[in-house]
Ligand binder design. Structure first.
Ligand code: BGC
Length: 745
């Protein structure tokens, strides 16, 4: 942990001072008060347990979550500081995942920028707004690698790849936290969900996870370790079983890996109710046993299940736990409160938020982030960019004017959607044209989300009857018929991805594809804009609709960003952070598989199903531009290097088109043999560059032990083999420009 400001030139004196203050506090706290610090109480109606103020008043709370009201933060803080026996201030926590009032693209979209400045700048602003509202701590970033597009929470992470995941993890932590815990414009970050949640069986949310240590070490854990290196203050343990041990009671994860191997010195909060859940999971025999298992595993804070406050004191009295074990878990919580300056400044200035959200750079950054996140998937006959001279545009689809779908999943409590929709963005771009709109038939989940009830202000709309749906379909078709150009805005609503939002199919929900086909049959130029939080199997569109823009869930300025790209003010440069399967049953689908057969036909994939090849519709790393790029002159600094030495790889990239544009230069390796078998391709370097027409840049990568080493099953540890390596560099994971080198002993 660091703290520049209070530490002056060196952070050491402050560290010592903080430690002394924490020890002094511990000396004067009763056992109950210490246990109180380990308890996080829910401030919302639905939260179980006693009323938040009662719990706080008796010193039984270290933190409050599920509350988003400045005045109330100050009220509760006053109770903690002035009325509770210890007077220790509370930490207010909430999920601020991609923006507080100004909404940024969802994390999957931010990863699609392949530019760490996008998450870093976005989360800096998210932190500033949330902090001005009175929050101290966000439950983000979510660092779960997700290779199964059916899993709804894929939207909250950086996609399928550990290398990209590491870069995005560090950037998000830097953005939320900065480098100074006492900065009043930052939030504490929380690396979640530790660990393996993205691998729930069948992509079914919350289901158990079975993963080898080798997969954990090589794929799942690296973004978490990167978060520790970036100074992340807190971790959240996951809900589910990891290899038959619930993550929240998993000593190996929380003590061995996180603290011992990585040296993490912050604290760990459970996921919601996860401590008590160990009883349901069949790990603990009752709530008291669950508390014991949580404490023994090193889980500092119980999120709202009250198992610690209920059971821990008795466990100490009976000698099953020592007070020293409790002190050990309380210490990092108090240390963070001290380092944040919470004791000196426990309150938030009411009215500050309104001043902060009015800052023009917030919306400007959101628009920039959205522009950089979008990926152009198809552009046959160079339909895009469109001319601004167009007179009559129809904007069609259930998401075209949906502020909710534009902002995407995971809004903070009580948030009122206020995004610029695609319809509004196009209208603003074409002030003199006629821009008509029809939504077409509604789309909705077959089984509603429990979030619908929880979200303030979400009044469920009555379900469309088949007749109403047909009428909406015909209106949309008529609207399209009278236009010169049609922009279809299709995909998934905000609640179709996210928590409790897994699905078996990856098709466009509802009658969207049917409408797309009917509109395409009119013979007009059609552009498809996708708003979605997971890969979708848009197979028909990929063959039949000339222009497709993956806009994801782009946030407050999303509609402007889409219009900027469609009408050529911005040249798209985003790349997919996940493979797009052709159907849900092909999931999990990812590029970094191990080879099992000679890859006939395709250099990457081998047919495995007789009813359709499980090759991706769009590969990992894919995305087009309005200009063209050529890669040449791929060279390694030397054909042979010794184990633990580094090799330099250079490649020249030229903009061969007529428009300035961005390319993400991607480097993939393949270790040809070794102690273990290795993936047929692995991303080990990338850089997003901007090139003027005809400009050439040389991009340089280093490959050393960090890139070439791996966790080996056979060696049961980290190793680097002497072996031959293939290298490909290019614009996506199918890159074909090739060279190789050898690592020798
Ligand atoms: C989610 C976490 C979230 C927590 C607090 C849980 O349901 O899994 O990601 O941070 O709730 O809202």
């Amino acid at each position: 942990m660091n703290n520049k400001k209070s530490g002056g030139a060196s952070s050491v004196p402050f560290e010592i001072e903080a430690t002394e203050r924490v020890e002094a506090l511990l000396k004067r706290l009763s056992l109950e008060e210490k246990i109180g610090q380990l308890n996080q109480v829910g401030g919302a109606e639905f939260a179980p347990g006693p009323k938040a103020e009662d719990q706080i008043r008796k010193g039984g709370a270290g933190s409050v979550l599920w509350l988003n009201e400045t005045k109330r933060f100050n009220e509760l803080q006053k109770i903690a500081v002035e009325e509770s026996p210890s007077g220790i201030p509370l930490l207010f926590a909430l999920d601020v995942i991609h923006g507080y009032r100004t909404i940024f693209p969802v994390p999957l979209a931010m990863a699609s920028s392949w530019d760490p400045a996008v998450p870093e700048k976005s989360q800096t602003i998210a932190a500033k707004e949330a902090r001005a509202a009175g929050l101290h701590w966000t439950f983000g970033p979510m660092l779960d690698i997700a290779r199964d597009a059916r899993w709804g929470r894929i939207v909250e992470g950086a996609g399928e790849d550990p290398y990209l995941g590491v870069v995005m993890a560090a950037a998000q932590v830097r953005g939320f936290q900065g480098d100074d815990f006492s900065d009043h414009e930052r939030l504490l970050a929380c690396a979640k969900h530790f660990a393996g949640y993205g691998y729930s069986e069948g992509g079914r949310d919350y289901d158990p996870v079975n993963l080898s240590e080798t997969q954990l070490r090589n794929i799942v854990l690296p973004p978490f370790e990167a978060a520790v290196k970036a100074g992340v203050a807190t971790f959240m343990s996951a809900y589910m079983d990891l290899n038959n041990v619930p993550a929240s009671g998993n000593r190996w994860l929380l003590r061995q890996v996180l603290r011992k191997e990585w040296g993490f010195d912050g604290f760990v909060v459970s996921d919601a109710f996860a401590v008590a859940n160990m009883v349901i999971q069949g790990h603990a025999h009752d709530r008291r046993d669950a508390a014991l298992r949580g404490i023994k595993a090193g889980l500092n804070m119980d999120m709202s299940s009250y198992t610690y406050t209920e059971g821990v004191a008795a466990l100490v009295e009976e000698g099953l736990l020592t007070e020293a074990e409790i002190d050990e878990l309380v210490r990092p919580i108090l240390a963070l409160k001290v380092k944040m300056g919470l004791f000196e400044n426990p309150y938030v200035e009411e009215g500050l938020l309104e001043k902060v959200i009015a800052l023009p750079e917030h919306r400007a950054t959101s628009r920039w982030a959205a522009q950089r996140s979008m990926a152009l998937l198809r552009n046959e006959g160079r339909l895009l960019p469109l001319s601004k001279e167009v007179q009559n545009v129809a904007v069609i689809g259930p998401l075209a004017d949906s502020m909710e779908a534009t902002e995407g999943s995971w809004m903070v409590f009580g948030h009122k959607p206020a995004a610029v929709t695609v319809l509004q963005g196009i209208r603003a771009k074409l002030p003199d044209a006629q821009v008509t709109f029809a939504s077409g038939p509604e789309i909705r989940r077959d089984i509603p989300s429990w979030f619908e009830d929880m979200m303030a202000g979400a009044t469920p709309k009555p379900i469309q009857t088949p007749e109403e749906s047909e009428a909406a379909f015909q209106t949309a078709l008529e609207t399209a018929r009278s236009a010169d150009l049609v922009v279809m805005v299709l995909g998934e609503t905000d609640l179709m991805a996210g928590e409790a939002a897994s699905r078996a199919s990856l098709d466009l929900p509802g009658r969207q594809e049917e409408l797309l086909k009917a509109v395409a049959a009119l013979g007009k130029p059609v552009v498809l804009v996708l708003l979605n939080g997971r890969p979708l199997s848009v197979n028909w569109a990929a063959e039949n609709i000339p222009a497709i823009l993956e806009a994801w869930e782009p946030g407050t300025e999303g509609g402007h960003a889409v219009a900027d790209i469609l009408f050529g003010d911005v040249n798209p440069g985003g790349k997919l952070p996940v493979s797009f399967p052709r159907k849900g049953s092909h999931a999990p689908l990812y590029y970094a598989r191990n080879l099992t057969h000679s890859p006939e036909g395709s250099p990457m994939y081998n047919p495995r199903y007789w009813d359709g090849l499980p090759v991706p519709l769009y590969p990992f790393g894919y995305g087009l531009s309005y200009t063209t790029f050529e890669f040449s002159n791929l060279r390694v600094s030397q054909p042979q290097v010794k184990v633990r030495d580094s090799v330099t790889v250079n490649v020249d990239v030229t903009n061969t088109g007529s428009m300035v544009g961005d390319e993400v230069v991607q480097l993939y390796i393949h270790q040809k043999w070794g102690t273990d078998t290795r993936p047929m391709r692995e991303l080990k370097g990338f850089e997003r560059i901007t090139l003027q027409p005809e400009e050439t840049k040389t991009v340089t990568f280093q490959l050393g032990p960090d890139e070439l080493g791996y966790w080996s099953t056979n060696a049961a540890g980290w190793i680097q083999d002497a072996a031959f390596f293939d290298i490909w560099v290019g614009a996506d994971s199918l890159a074909s420009l090739y060279t190789d080198f050898e690592v020798v002993k």
